[in-house]
Ligand binder design. Structure first.
Ligand SMILES: Cc1ncc(COP(=O)(O)O)c(C=O)c1O
Length: 424
């Protein structure tokens, strides 16, 4: 990926497609607007506006990359979180191996922005998508690895890739499900071996490793996550002993979101000596913006504080448009603007519309979200009137990014230094 590939994003025009951007910036390119270094509060932005902290994102990027290196992991951050080529570029600059995808559409966005290594953490059974993948495999510099967890899946992949004339085999890893009641993934080692047999017999596929997602271990706790991860590395060792990796020059072992990377690092350190080098791949995605709810609670850094701490990077600013009773206020931001699938936004700061002063959001609680309104409850100590801005922390990075197509990247003093384009 090169700077050239981000050029079109800087040349894109700012207009009505991008909510919150200053109406008086209409017609400027994103690059020209960024060069103006406007202030988020006084630069003509309209509310609601989602701000991404430049410093916190940088901090989080650096922290997980160093964490991965320290633990001998290669990092393929999950790109579904941000779907932002600019942030992918930062992840790759910091040494990421490639970017993880969940669906073929993600891979298309990545390819359109010059990403050469993609780990697609799903079985691909869509013939049209497989035809596209077959075409991409003509590029010798491109590597795609995807999951296989069923005989029928292997059959569909092999057929579609063969029919499309794929110039070389597609790399696949067998997915081990994270226990009974988990999401995708073959449930037993015997089923995994049967899938591996089918891959060996499929000329359009090449087995390169094993993978899974500990984030779906039912009722996960430290013991159950580690036990499942140990099953996964034992599977890799069994496959290696049985000579199943004969067509590859490295063995991929992959797991890891943003809730259990400490367990992944510890258990991957136990991978025994295998016949080939092992690519121990971590796939965290949500870490990039972290959050003020779900991941604040789940982050492994709560267990290993001496290894660092992520910083929540999002703040959604909305304006009070109604204060009909002393106990109620209504914001001009709702479900269209804020993540709401895991927790409601957390009121954190008030920007006084009269003075521009920012104070803590004492006595203020977000109690509900309509499509375009936020419901706020206030106690007598709350100092909040119509026109004030309320700054809120969000819970769940993935469903925060996806509501915004061009997100101001804001420095600590309020200067907007760039705009992060997303593709959902
Ligand atoms: C298969 C897989 N890998 C990695 C991740 C990344 O996890 P997180 O969003 O916690 O960073 C996810 C997230 O859902 C996932 O489904």
């Amino acid at each position: 990926m090169s700077a050239d590939q981000l050029g079109p994003l800087r040349r894109e025009r700012v207009d009505h497609r991008f909510k919150a951007l200053p109406p008086d910036a209409e017609g400027l390119t994103v690059g020209e607007l960024a060069a103006e270094r406007r202030n988020l509060f006084t630069g003509g932005f309209t509310t609601p506006v989602l701000a991404l902290s430049a410093e916190s994102v940088e901090h989080n990027l650096a922290l997980l990359q160093t964490y991965s290196e320290r633990h001998g992991l290669v990092f393929a951050p999950h790109g579904k979180t941000s779907m932002s080529p600019q942030l992918f570029a930062r992840q790759l600059e910091r040494g990421a191996w490639g970017i993880t995808a969940a669906v073929p559409h993600h891979a298309r966005v990545y390819r359109a922005h010059g990403i050469d290594r993609i780990f697609l953490a799903n079985e691909v059974v869509d013939a049209a998508a497989l035809r596209w993948i077959a075409g991409e495999l003509a590029d010798p510099g491109f590597r795609l690895i995807c999951y296989a967890d069923s005989l029928r899946g292997v059959e569909l992949m092999n057929e579609a890739l063969t029919e499309a004339g794929a110039p070389r085999p597609l790399d696949v890893v067998v997915e081990l499900g994270a226990g009974e009641g988990a999401r995708t993934g073959a449930r037993t080692e015997a089923e995994c071996a049967a899938v591996a047999d089918a891959i060996a017999a499929a000329p359009a596929l090449r087995l390169v490793g094993v993978a899974g997602y500990e984030g779906e271990v039912p009722n996960a706790d430290d013991d159950s996550v580690r036990a499942w991860l140990r099953r996964m590395i034992a599977l890799a060792a069994d496959f290696d002993r049985d000579g199943r990796f004969k067509d590859t020059d490295e063995i991929v072992v992959s797991a890891g979101g943003s809730a259990w990377f400490d367990a992944v690092a510890d258990v991957f350190a136990e991978v025994p000596e295998l016949s080939l080098p092992v690519l121990k791949m971590l796939r965290s995605g949500a870490y990039i913006s972290h959050d003020d709810g779900h991941y604040r609670h789940l982050t492994p850094f709560n267990r290993v504080p001496d290894e660092g701490a992520l910083q929540p990077a999002f703040r959604l600013w909305a304006q009070v448009v109604s204060r009909p009773t002393p106990a109620q206020a209504f914001l001009n931001a709702g479900k269209r603007d804020a993540a709401y699938d895991l927790d409601l936004p957390e009121a954190q700061a008030v920007r006084d519309a009269r003075t521009g002063e920012i104070r803590p959001a004492d006595g203020i609680t977000v109690s509900g979200l309509s499509d375009q309104h936020g419901w706020v409850q206030t106690t007598p100590e709350a100092d909040l009137e119509v026109g004030d801005w309320l700054g809120m922390g969000l819970s769940h990075p993935c469903t925060s990014f996806d509501k915004w197509q061009l997100i101001p990247l804001v420095e600590a003093d309020g200067t907007v230094s760039d705009y992060i384009r997303t593709f959902f």
